[in-house]
Design a protein around this ligand. Structure first.
Ligand SMILES: C[S@@+](CC[C@H](N)C(=O)[O-])C[C@H]1O[C@@H](n2cnc3c(N)ncnc32)[C@H](O)[C@@H]1O
Length: 243
C-alpha cells in the first residue's frame, strides 16, 4: 500500500471526515445479510481493514468481534470506539490471527487491493479464518461500471474544534490496469486556524463480474445485495458463503 496520510499522521481526522453516525444506515443491511446467511443469534466476526471501527461499532451490540488493520493509528481509533473488540496489526492479504470465525467482513478497505492477485490473497485470508459454511461480506467502494474520469465529491464535516472540507477527485492514469487514484484535499480548520493538506489514495477498480468471479473461484457461493450508495459509491454488498 502507498503511504496514505489519512491512515498515518492525519488519522485523527478520520472521525471528523467520516462520522461514525453515517454508518448506521448501511450497517442495518450488513446485519440483515448476516442474519439471512447465518441465522439469528450472536456470531463471531472478524473485520479486516477495520479502520476507525465505525462500521463495526454498529454490530458489536449483537455480535462478538475481532479486527485487523495495517495501520497502528487506525487500530488505536477503533480500539477506543470498540473496547471489547480484540485488535490485530496485519495485512489482510497475509494475516493469520489463529482462530476461526462465523463471518469475515471487509468494508471499504477492500478498495486498497489493487490487482486480481491482491483480491485473491484477501479472499484466501477470509477463507482461512472461516468455519465451513461461514460468511464473507465485502463492500467495494466503487465498481468499474460506476466510475467516470474526473468524478468529484465534496463534503463538509465537523467535530469538536475541528472542521474539514474534503474533496475527492478520481483519476485513472492508465485505463489498461486495475488501479485508479483518488486525489484528496482536506481544508482543515482547527482551533480557528486554517490549513490545507493533500493526499493520494491508489485503489483497485474492477467490474462487478470480476468481484463475483474471484469470490466464486476462492470457494464462495456468491450473492450481491444492492446498498443505498451515493453518487456511484458504496452500491454493493457482496456476500459469499463458504462451500
Ligand atoms: C476507509 S478505511 C476503513 C474505514 C472503516 N470502514 C470504518 O468503518 O472506519 C480503510 C482502512 O483499510 C486499511 N488497509 C488498507 N490496506 C490494508 C491491508 N492490506 N490490510 C489491512 N488493512 C488495510 C487502512 O489502514 C484503513 O484503516
Amino acid at each position: 500500500m502507498e503511504r496514505i496520510r489519512l491512515y498515518n499522521e492525519l488519522a485523527y481526522l478520520w472521525p471528523v471526515i467520516s462520522p461514525v453516525e453515517d454508518y448506521a444506515e448501511e450497517a442495518v443491511h450488513w446485519l440483515r445479510a448476516i442474519e439471512d446467511k447465518l441465522g439469528p443469534g450472536s456470531h463471531r466476526l472478524l473485520e479486516m481493514g477495520v479502520g476507525g471501527g465505525h462500521n463495526l461499532s454498529h454490530m458489536t451490540g449483537f455480535h462478538k468481534a475481532e479486527a485487523v488493520d495495517i495501520s497502528p493509528q487506525m487500530l488505536e481509533l477503533s480500539g477506543r470506539l470498540n473496547p471489547d473488540v480484540i485488535h490485530h496489526l496485519g495485512d489482510m492479504r497475509t494475516v493469520r490471527v489463529g482462530r476461526q470465525f462465523d463471518a469475515v467482513l471487509i468494508h471499504d478497505a477492500i478498495s486498497y487491493m489493487l490487482t486480481h492477485d491482491d483480491l485473491q490473497a484477501a479472499f484466501e485470508t477470509a477463507r482461512f479464518h472461516l468455519r465451513h459454511g461461514g460468511l464473507l461480506l465485502v463492500a467495494p467502494d466503487l465498481v468499474a461500471e460506476s466510475f467516470s474520469e474526473g468524478m468529484v465529491t465534496r463534503w463538509e464535516t465537523s467535530r469538536g474544534q475541528v472542521s474539514v472540507v474534503t474533496e475527492e477527485r478520481l483519476h485513472d492514469p492508465d485505463p489498461s490496469d486495475t488501479q485508479i487514484e483518488s486525489w484528496f484535499t482536506y481544508e482543515i480548520t482547527e482551533n480557528g486556524k486554517r490549513r490545507v493538506e493533500r493526499d493520494v489514495h491508489v485503489t483497485g477498480l474492477f467490474p462487478l463480474g470480476a468481484w463475483t468471479g474471484l469470490m466464486d473461484e476462492a470457494g464462495f457461493e456468491v450473492d450481491a445485495f444492492p446498498l443505498p450508495g451515493q453518487d456511484g459509491f458504496g452500491e454493493w454488498l457482496l456476500s459469499g458463503v463458504l462451500r
